[in-house]
Structure formats: C-alpha cells, structure tokens
Design a protein around this ligand. Structure first.
Ligand SMILES: Cc1cc2nc3c(=O)[nH]c(=O)nc-3n(C[C@H](O)[C@H](O)[C@H](O)COP(=O)(O)O)c2cc1C
Length: 279
C-alpha cells in the first residue's frame, strides 16, 4: 500500500476495507504504521523463494523488544527447517500445505522450562510455576513476540499465517521438535513471499461498537451488528471463492460440536502431560 500519494484517501480506503465503508471513522491520526496494521491479511500459499539472510534475526531479534510479563521472558521459538519435521507438523495441523511450503516456519512456545532450570540451578523451588496464571503469562508472552514478528514481516513485504492447529496434538508437536518439560507450542507461524495464486483481500472485522465499550460493558444491538457483518463476510467469501459464507455460519461450524476442535478438547490433559499442571 502506498501511503505517500494521497494520505486522506488511502486512509479512507484502508478503513473501509477493514470495517466497511459505512463504518469508516471520520477523523483520527494516520501514518504508515497504522496503514500497515490495517492492511494485514493471512496468506495460505507461498512461493519457494528463500528469505534474505538475517530475516529470522529481524523478526525475532535476540533483544526481542515485545513487552513481557515481569520481564520473565517465558517464551521461546523454534525455527523448523527439516522437511520431515515440517511434514509431521503439517500432518498434525490438518495437512495445511503452507506449513511445508513456506521458507520460514516458526513454532512459538509457552516456555517455563528455562525458569524451571533456573530454579534447579539455584537449588530452590519456584512455587509459582505450576499455576494456570503462569501458563497464561507464558502464552501471552509468546503471542506478543509473535505478533511483533508478524508486523515486522509485513513491513518487509512478507506474508504470514498463524497455525493454531498445532494444538490439535500438543504432545505430538513436543515430540517432533524435542521440547523439554515445561514447554508447549501455542501456535506456529508461516512466513514467506505470498504465492500470487493465494492472494487474499483484507478480511472485514466486526464494527467497533460490537467490540469497544466505554466505562462499563454494554451489550449493543448485536443482532443488527451481526446481520450487517454476516452480509459483509458473505460478500467477502463470494469474492474470495470460499465455501462458508457468513460469520455466524463460520462460528457455528467452529464451535457447535466438540469434534470441530480437532483434538484441542484434550488440550488441558496434553498441557498436564507436558509439565503444565494449571493449578
Ligand atoms: C492464534 C491463531 C491461530 C490461527 N490458526 C490458523 C490455522 O491453523 N490455519 C489458518 O489457516 N489460519 C489460522 N489463523 C488465521 C485466522 O484464521 C485469521 O487470522 C482470521 O481468519 C482473520 O483473517 P486475516 O488474518 O486474514 O485478517 C490463526 C490465527 C490466530 C490468531
């Protein structure tokens, strides 16, 4: 997206693509960073072209600047290049072909194992480690670092897609990439150059009144907002030749039956086996 030509109309177009023309906020700040954020889209097809040297270090810098709870840095990342491991991970994730295609595949981990090792080295017990709170801290840390990587990648003209389907079988993932006790994959991330065949539009989101509240949570007229969003997403699906049409249909197919969790209904047990008792 070129933001230098006519910032006003570029802003309107970007906001309309994201929220729909009728929901475009009239005023507000605008800059290249906001343009980049609004232009995000997930890409599910990649060219085989390798990435420039140093891309991994740029996306996940050694001095990762993302915020991290109490500076505990309870996350890690595994860059998986081995084709056999890629294949195994793709199989776990419902055979998503882009896991094998993309030049860079990252597995983001909630990682308490480093602190576990610190406790052992210090000859103490970290009583705070086996709690759901500490797992959540680690998962949030991983997500913040990953989203920084996504924004950095998109700023370089690269495409990405998160792979939550690795949680279909968190124990199998741990075996494939050799995780120690206290580390679990929270999601993967494909990074690469978009295959033109897999070009995707910006996917519309719920309008802000459905999401943003002031001072206290007030349930808006959700049926009207949902009907409007359903129509937008149906139109998006038609334009992008996708099978499912409305948002309501998509959510129903994702949540109405446990089977659609594809094994993630066993996540709590899997996390327990991987060293997260979630007390
Ligand atoms: C944590 C997380 C896990 C995801 N897992 C998958 C996945 O396994 N496969 C996939 O194709 N997309 C996955 N996505 C991408 C979402 O489907 C996508 O972000 C959403 O449909 C909105 O589309 P957009 O990113 O193009 O705006 C995931 C996104 C997130 C945030």
């Amino acid at each position: 997206m070129n933001v230098s030509l006519d910032p006003g109309s570029v802003k309107s177009a970007a906001l309309a693509a994201r929220y729909g023309a009728d929901a475009t906020p009239a005023a507000g700040p605008w800059n290249d960073t906001l343009a980049l954020l609004l232009d995000h889209r997930s890409i599910r097809g990649y060219r085989p072209d390798p990435l420039p040297a140093g891309t991994l270090e740029t996306l996940v810098p050694p001095d990762q600047p993302a915020a991290t709870s109490s500076n505990m840095q309870t996350w890690s990342v595994v860059a998986v290049a081995d084709p056999q491991k890629r294949q195994a991970l793709a199989r776990i994730a419902n055979n998503q072909k882009h896991i094998e295609q993309c030049p860079l595949f990252l597995v983001f981990l909630a990682d308490l194992s480093r602190l576990d090792r610190m406790a052992a080295a210090e000859g103490i017990t970290f009583q705070g480690l086996p709690y759901a709170e500490t797992f959540l801290v680690a998962a949030i840390d991983a997500a913040l670092a990953a989203q920084n990587a996504v924004i950095a990648a998109e700023s370089l003209g690269l495409a990405t897609v998160y792979i939550g389907a690795l949680r279909n079988d968190a124990e199998a993932v741990a075996k494939v990439i050799g995780l120690p006790k206290g580390a679990a994959a929270v999601f993967g991330l494909c990074v690469g150059y978009a295959d033109p065949q897999a070009a995707a539009e910006v996917k519309p989101r719920l309008p802000q009144p459905a999401i943003v509240h002031f001072d206290s949570y007030t349930v808006p007229d959700e049926s009207a907002l949902r009907a409007d969003y359903d129509a937008k997403l149906a139109e998006f699906s038609r334009r992008n030749e996708m099978a499912q049409s409305t948002w309501t249909e998509r959510v129903i197919s994702r949540l109405a039956h446990t089977k659609a969790l594809n094994g993630r209904d066993r996540l709590r047990a899997a996390l327990g086996a991987l060293g997260f008792p979630l007390n």
